[in-house]
Ligand binder design. Structure first.
Ligand SMILES: Cc1ncc(COP(=O)(O)O)c(C=O)c1O
Length: 340
């Protein structure tokens, strides 16, 4: 498996730590739970998008563009990170923001605050259900009329080129765990646009060490998400020249922790956020990692990992968005402290 054929920018100059969550593991009484701290990746605020953008932005630079264009929900980590990469590379950035279950308020904290602080060139807000691909093409046409050139970064960086970020991430995990003297039995990852999940599956299969990766859905039902991830797996494996068919069953997802929909936290999401904060001092977000940790906890309790020793939770970031949800989190879990 050779990734050097693809140009790449490096936005993190270290391997993100893998840490043993000792207190959480003891409390749940199941396997050892480790966390891969991809919330600490480079670019503003960290998170999984950094790995994808290393390949996507390198591709953009090769095409001599002056602007990155992308899309996401109101509190989009992906939009924040694409903007951060643009800042780093001296490019402009235009965002198409889709109001999914959430109206855009320019004064909001979290990622919206960061769109302003990092200086997005344009924010185009569109209603839920809009054809965002078409909207991004319109933004690009507008740039072309001014003699400029944009590069459209797929939503969530969720295509096969972006997935190479997590093919590379899988290699990093294998190297680290071998140095640590542990072997992983299972990985739990959020599954949204699907690139992270697909990149890991592709990377582990291609390296011949097929660690199972279970995806926790944050947006779609099980069948739709498994199909989405599997499509990316097939394209990504061809990109890296891995010619063996990867069985469909290798892609496994659960939609049981999604609740009413994207970006709508459930009671279990809030409980997981509180538990990780108060046992390990680790921050989770209500859209992705809180739901995924709620899934991991439930799966441990149901005996899903029976006979398995070491489980890795992929912390994909999203930390800035929790500041936009502060009162929601504190009020829901009744966490306001008395002061005297
Ligand atoms: C913090 C965080 N975790 C997980 C995901 C989902 O990753 P993917 O889109 O690769 O499935 C996202 C996507 O936006 C994210 O921002």
């Amino acid at each position: 498996m050779d990734l050097t054929a693809y140009p790449r920018r490096i936005y993190t100059d270290f391997a993100t730590p893998i840490q043993h969550l000792e207190k959480l593991s003891n409390m749940l009484g199941g396997p050892n739970i480790y966390v891969k701290r991809d919330d600490l990746l480079g670019l503003t605020g960290g998170g999984n998008k950094t790995r994808k953008l290393e390949f996507l932005v390198a591709d953009a630079l090769k095409q001599d563009v002056d602007t990155l264009i992308t899309t996401g929900g109101v509190q989009s980590n992906h939009c924040r990170m694409t903007l951060a990469a643009a800042v780093k590379e001296g490019l402009k950035c235009r965002l198409v923001i889709e109001e999914r279950n959430h109206l855009y308020n320019p004064k909001e904290n979290g990622n919206v605050f960061l769109y302003n602080l990092l200086g997005a060139e344009q924010i185009k807000v569109v209603p839920d259900g809009t054809d965002v691909v078409k909207e991004m093409e319109i933004v690009n046409e507008e740039l072309n009329k001014e003699g400029r050139k944009g590069y459209i970064v797929a939503e969530g960086g969720g295509n096969d080129l972006g997935a190479l970020g997590y093919v590379s991430g899988s290699q990093e995990i294998l190297k680290q765990t071998s140095e640590m003297g542990i072997s992983l039995d299972h990985i739990i990852s959020p599954s949204g646009s699907g690139g992270t999940h697909a990149g890991l599956v592709t990377g582990f299969c291609a390296s011949g060490i097929g660690i199972p990766v279970t995806g926790i859905n944050v947006r779609r039902d099980k069948a739709a998400q498994e199909e989405k991830v599997y499509n990316i797996v097939n394209l990504a494996r061809q990109r890296i020249g891995f010619n063996e068919e990867i069985p469909k069953e290798t892609v496994k997802n659960f939609d049981d922790y999604l609740g009413p929909g994207y970006a709508i936290p459930t009671d279990k999401t809030f409980e997981a956020i509180q538990l990780l904060a108060q046992t390990e001092g680790i921050l989770l977000d209500p859209v992705y990692t809180g739901k995924t940790m709620a899934g991991l906890i439930d799966l441990v309790q149901k005996g899903y990992f029976e006979g398995q020793k070491n489980i890795l939770f992929l912390h994909t970031g999203g930390t800035p968005s929790i500041y936009a949800n502060a009162s929601n989190i504190l009020e829901h879990s009744n966490l306001y402290l008395d002061v005297n």
